[in-house]
Design a protein around this ligand. Structure first.
Ligand SMILES: NC(=O)c1ccc[n+]([C@@H]2O[C@H](COP(=O)([O-])OP(=O)(O)OC[C@H]3O[C@@H](n4cnc5c(N)ncnc54)[C@H](O)[C@@H]3O)[C@@H](O)[C@H]2O)c1
Length: 321
């Protein structure tokens, strides 16, 4: 297949791309390099099966040109602002970078008769649900961040386009995805801070926030598995692990991985890391596991492997460009 990967220079896409190329697919990647980096795509640039477009997906005529040039068989739509706190400061950021970008992709798919889309949503769409672990059919959905509101709006647009224009979608509501090549996230943040000051680590919130952390390879396996095994018009799955890890544990693992000791943990306080943060997340993964998918790593194992990978990458000077 020819697969359009949006957000192609980002964290998840840079782990997905070698898998798609390795399976014999052609990859057309697009990114505005707002958060993604050239370092993430450098390994693929000489591959004749790989094309990169630096493009802001808010530019509909350019997106149309992209579809005219490379009409894809499938869109793997990962582009979005992935920094929740940023969207709190600039209130139209997720509206544009998430919702309108997704509209542009769907409209171009409609126009160019592209029928299938895989979409990265988030467990954040549940807001602070009364039911934990939260299943996909939980409602009503009241997001508490503009990022999550945008993801929910994207899901709604995808559903409407699917039913109006004979398209098919696979929507994944992720837990926290971790692994090598991060552009953001708690482990990345801790390593960066500790490289700067190995004696003191600022931790957002009180450290008791607990969430399921999914290793990026498991995330990609889960998405591919759902795509192969679910054939409804709109297929929606939680993609997470059943256990969880606290932010304090992540800090301890990071400190140990870096070989540090006597680090002062400076908590900023409060139960949330930032406005719109959901401090306790549990996603019911039964729908995908009943189809036969199983993550390889637990949440704690994913955090340990991620700390190893990030510390090695940062020490090698990666992440600077
Ligand atoms: N990583 C997680 O824990 C997590 C959890 C839930 C959902 N998600 C979603 O998964 C997707 C991928 O996440 P990620 O962690 O790889 O994030 P990421 O920020 O590393 O990747 C997203 C990429 O999209 C690009 N991008 C943003 N706006 C764009 C635009 N207008 N035009 C072109 N490119 C644009 C960015 O430059 C970035 O490279 C995102 O949609 C994110 O919201 C991620």
């Amino acid at each position: 297949m020819r697969i359009l990967v949006t957000g192609g220079a980002g964290f998840i896409a840079s782990n997905l791309t070698p898998r798609l190329l390795g399976a014999g697919h052609e990859v057309v990647a697009v990114d505005n390099l707002q958060l993604g980096t050239r370092a993430h795509i450098r390994p693929f640039l000489g591959n004749p099966q790989y094309t990169f477009w630096k493009l802001d997906l808010l530019d509909l005529p350019k997106v149309d040109e992209l579809f005219t040039t490379h009409k894809p068989d499938l869109v793997w739509h990962l582009a979005a602002n992935s920094d929740i706190s940023f969207g709190t400061t600039y209130t139209d950021f997720d509206l544009k970078g998430g919702t309108l970008v997704t509209y542009n992709i769907l409209e171009s798919m409609r126009k160019h008769d592209v029928k299938r889309i895989v979409f990265s949503s988030s467990g954040a769409v549940y807001g602070e649900p009364l039911m934990l672990p939260t299943p996909e059919d939980y409602g009503p959905l009241w997001p508490i961040s503009l990022y999550a509101a945008s993801k929910l709006a994207c899901e709604a647009l995808i559903s409407a386009f699917c039913f109006n224009y004979d398209m098919q979608a696979w929507i994944y509501r992720f837990g926290n995805i971790v692994g090598p090549n991060p552009t953001h996230g708690v482990s990345f943040d801790f390593v960066k801070k500790l490289l700067k000051d190995p004696r003191r680590l600022e931790i957002l919130g009180d450290g008791t926030q607990t969430k399921p952390y999914v290793y990026v390879e498991d995330c990609i396996d889960g998405m591919a598995f759902g795509f192969q095994h679910a054939q409804d018009r709109v297929n929606c799955f939680n993609l997470a692990v059943e256990d969880w890890t606290s932010v304090r544990t992540i800090a301890e693992v990071t400190v140990a991985t870096m070989g540090l000791s006597n680090v002062e943990f400076a908590f900023t306080g409060g139960s949330r890391g930032w406005t719109g943060d959901v401090p306790k997340v549990r996603l019911d993964t039964g729908k995908l596991t009943r189809l036969g998918w199983k993550p390889r790593l637990t949440s704690d194992e994913a955090i340990v492997q991620t700390a190893d990978a990030i510390v090695a990458q940062m020490r090698a000077g990666w992440g600077k460009g």
